[in-house]
Design a protein around this ligand. Structure first.
Ligand code: GLU
Length: 278
C-alpha cells in the first residue's frame, strides 16, 4: 500500500495535518511526502522547512525524496495538452469578479458554480496570446468522453457514484499557476503509484473531478480514505485564520511529538479537540 501526505506550504501545520499524516503513515507500507507548492501567491519555502521540522518532531519518516510539484510542471502541461487534443478543455478569460458577478450560488469546490461564460467561445489564438487566461474542463464533454459519471471506492468498501452537480468546469491551469491542484494531484498520485489517497473529509468534493481526470488520462484508480476532521471541542474547524495552535507552537510549549503521534494513531485526541464528520 502506497500512501502520501500532500501538504501545501502556505502556513504551519496544525493538529489536523498531524492526524492525516499519522493515518497515512500507519496505512502505507510506503508513505510519500508531496509538497503542493503550485500557488505562487501563497506557497513559501520557509513553510516547506516547517513541514520537515514538524514531521521530524512527530517521528514520522517519509519514504524516498519529497515530491515537489513546482519542479514537475512540465508533466502537468503535457497532461493539459492531451486534454486539449481531446477537445475537453477551453480557455477562460473571466476574472474572479466576472465570475462572482454572474453567480447567485456560492463558489463550488470543483468549478460547479461556474456559469460557463467562456464555454463554446470560438477559439481565438490572437486573444489567447494577448489576454491572460485559465483552462477549464468542459465537464459535460468530459463525462461523455469518460463514458459516464465517475465512481470511487472508499477503503471501507463503500462505492460512491458522483452526481452531475458535483462536477463543474473546474480550472485545470491558471493564469498565474501552471496547473491546478486537481490536475497536479492526479498526475502525481499516479506517477508515484499511490494506491490509497488518505485525506480529510473536506477534500471529498475534489474526488469526483479527480476520478474523472484519471479516467480521461488513463491513470490507475486509487482507493480513497476520507477521514474525519480534527476540530475544536465545540466543532469549530482548525483554520489557520482561527489561530489554531500550530504543531510548532505545541512543540515550543513542551509537547512530546512522538507521544502525540502515538496517541493520534490510536484515535485519541488531546484535550480540547475532537474528530468531526464534515
Ligand atoms: N494540498 C492539499 C491540502 O493541503 C491536500 C491535497 C490532497 O491530499 O489531495 O489541503
Amino acid at each position: 500500500m502506497i500512501t502520501r501526505f500532500a501538504p501545501s506550504p502556505t502556513g504551519r501545520l496544525h493538529l489536523g495535518h498531524a492526524y492525516s499524516a499519522v493515518l497515512g503513515r500507519k496505512l502505507g507500507t510506503r508513505w510519500l511526502l508531496r509538497i503542493e507548492d503550485l500557488d505562487p501567491g501563497r506557497a513559501r519555502p520557509e513553510f516547506v522547512d516547517g513541514i520537515m521540522e514538524d514531521l521530524a518532531w512527530l517521528g514520522l519518516a517519509h519514504d524516498g525524496a519529497p515530491i515537489v510539484q513546482s519542479g514537475r510542471t512540465h508533466l502537468y502541461a503535457e497532461a493539459l495538452e492531451r486534454l486539449k487534443e481531446q477537445g475537453l478543455v477551453y480557455p477562460c478569460f473571466c476574472t474572479r469578479a466576472d465570475i462572482a458577478a454572474s453567480l447567485t450560488a456560492p463558489h463550488g469546490d470543483a468549478g460547479s458554480a461556474y456559469p460557463g461564460t467562456c464555454r463554446g467561445l470560438k477559439d481565438d489564438p490572437e486573444r489567447r496570446a494577448r489576454v491572460p487566461h485559465s483552462w477549464r474542463l468542459d465537464s459535460a464533454r468530459a463525462v461523455e468522453a469518460a463514458g459516464g459519471l465517475p465512481c470511487w471506492r472508499e477503503q471501507d468498501g463503500r462505492l460512491f457514484e458522483a452526481r452531475v452537480e458535483m462536477i463543474g468546469d473546474a480550472i485545470l491551469a491558471r493564469k498565474d499557476a501552471p496547473s491546478s491542484y486537481h490536475l497536479a494531484c492526479v498526475i502525481d498520485d499516479s506517477a508515484s503509484g499511490v494506491t490509497h489517497v488518505v485525506r480529510g473529509e473536506d477534500l471529498r468534493p475534489s474526488t469526483p473531478i479527480q476520478r474523472l481526470l484519471q479516467t480521461l488520462l488513463d491513470l490507475a484508480e486509487p482507493t480513497y480514505v476520507h477521514h474525519p476532521l480534527v476540530t475544536h471541542e465545540d466543532g469549530r474547524r482548525l483554520a489557520k485564520r482561527d489561530q489554531a495552535p500550530t504543531l510548532s507552537a505545541m512543540r515550543e510549549a513542551g509537547v512530546d511529538g512522538r507521544a502525540l503521534a502515538e496517541q493520534l494513531t490510536t484515535g485519541f485526541l488531546p484535550t480540547g479537540y475532537r474528530l468531526s464528520g464534515h
